[in-house]
Write a protein that binds this ligand. Structure first.
Ligand code: 13P
Ligand code: SF4
Length: 350
């Protein structure tokens, strides 16, 4: 567990992190990407961290892979690659640098390590977990196999390396339906997100999809009634949901897609008003690029994603901790499930 007192004292010894108007002005091209959501006085506080991280990243030959749910100062300020879970997994296979700093949750860092066993993969806060990942163990996969003999196990990437290693193939929210459809078996086990599985089951009616009862604490909070009430009061708003939401919520919305699918949809359609039924940083990160869109409505915060901060990223790069390790035998098996997904996904989108 991170000791904040030690972290702050260490950083103060090595870096000048005093809020600086001059530095913020010098980094105005970065601020321009988040001006609509990060006022200048806040950017004045972030600027010294952004400058220090970018300098250290170059000195140490590190790359920052950041999920779409990172806050704008991370997403626009220090990330080299941003994307949804599938894009980050694919990008992790192409990394040339020696060090990967994973700005996202622990299972994402594990995936990068599985794909790059010889590289150092750092997670700025090892406690950045995930309710889906915590909902299942490898024993749970065995239980499902015993219940549905012969059925392949398609496991969402939001799981530990052990769970991936016990599965046949992984999926993300952007390729889950394609992967289930492509498997030859009629009955397919999906773990651990019951709602993603139920949404896929409707998209692929020719299959008998069975699922584990896990859920995402961010997306399960939305209800059909919330969406319908919001729509009644805001009839001109386009409402877009992530497929980790329950199916009746997805039905009440205008579109559903992975985090990058949502970004692409809003970028192409440019609705006058949009409500993103997902994590709060999504709208913040694309707000400046889409000045014609007004982002409205409630959003939910992921407490795990929000554990990653500029301060912790700088500390991770400075101390080279916490390095993510995966047992090599587990990693080898998990890699097969992740690479099967990446390969199949590439063939299916050709
Ligand atoms: P995607 O970015 O793959 O849509 O996943 C969302 C998510 O909840 C990641 O934790
Ligand atoms: Fe896990 Fe949900 Fe947070 Fe994504 S948003 S990391 S699925 S808890």
């Amino acid at each position: 567990m991170l000791d904040f007192t030690v972290m702050r004292a260490t950083l103060a010894d090595y870096y000048d992190l005093t809020p600086s108007v001059e530095l913020a002005e010098a980094l105005s091209d970065i601020h321009a990407k988040m001006e609509r959501v990060i006022p200048f006085p806040d950017f004045v506080r972030y600027a010294p961290y952004i400058a220090a991280i970018n300098k250290l990243k170059a000195e140490k030959n590190a790359v920052i892979l950041a999920h779409n749910y990172m806050t704008p100062e991370i997403y626009h300020g220090v990330a080299d690659v941003v994307g949804d879970s599938l894009q980050l997994a694919i990008e992790a296979t192409k990394v040339k640098e020696d060090i990967i700093v994973q700005c996202g949750v622990h299972f994402m860092a594990e995936t990068s390590k599985i794909l790059n066993p010889a590289k150092t993969v750092l997670i700025p806060d090892v406690e950045a977990g995930c309710s889906l990942s915590e909902s299942i163990t490898a024993a749970g996969i065995d239980q499902m196999r015993a219940k549905y003999p012969g059925a392949p196990v398609v496991t969402y990437v939001n799981t530990t390396a052990e769970v991936k290693a016990a599965s046949d193939i992984c999926c993300t929210s952007s390729n889950a339906a394609q992967i289930v459809r492509a498997l030859p078996e009629h009955t397919v086990i999906m773990t651990p997100d019951q709602y993603l599985a139920q949404n896929v089951a409707r998209e692929v009616p020719e299959k008998n999809v069975v699922w584990w009862e896990g859920s995402c604490i961010v997306h399960e909070q939305y209800t059909k009634d919330d969406i319908n009430d919001f729509r009644a009061m805001n009839p001109d708003t386009t409402i877009i949901a992530h497929p980790e939401c329950p199916p009746d919520v997805v039905d009440a919305c205008d579109f559903s897609g992975s985090t990058s699918g949502i970004i692409d949809y809003v970028t192409q359609k440019k609705p006058t008003k949009a409500m993103l039924v997902t994590e709060c940083s999504m709208a913040s990160n694309i707000s400046d690029a889409l000045p014609e869109v007004e982002f409205t409505g409630p959003c939910n915060m992921c407490p795990y994603m929000k554990k990653i901060t500029l301060e912790k990223i700088l500390y991770a790069l400075h101390t080279m901790g916490e390095a993510v390790e995966v047992d090599p035998v587990v990693a080898q098996k998990a890699k097969i499930a992740v690479e099967r997904m990446i390969d199949l996904s590439r063939t299916l989108t050709k």
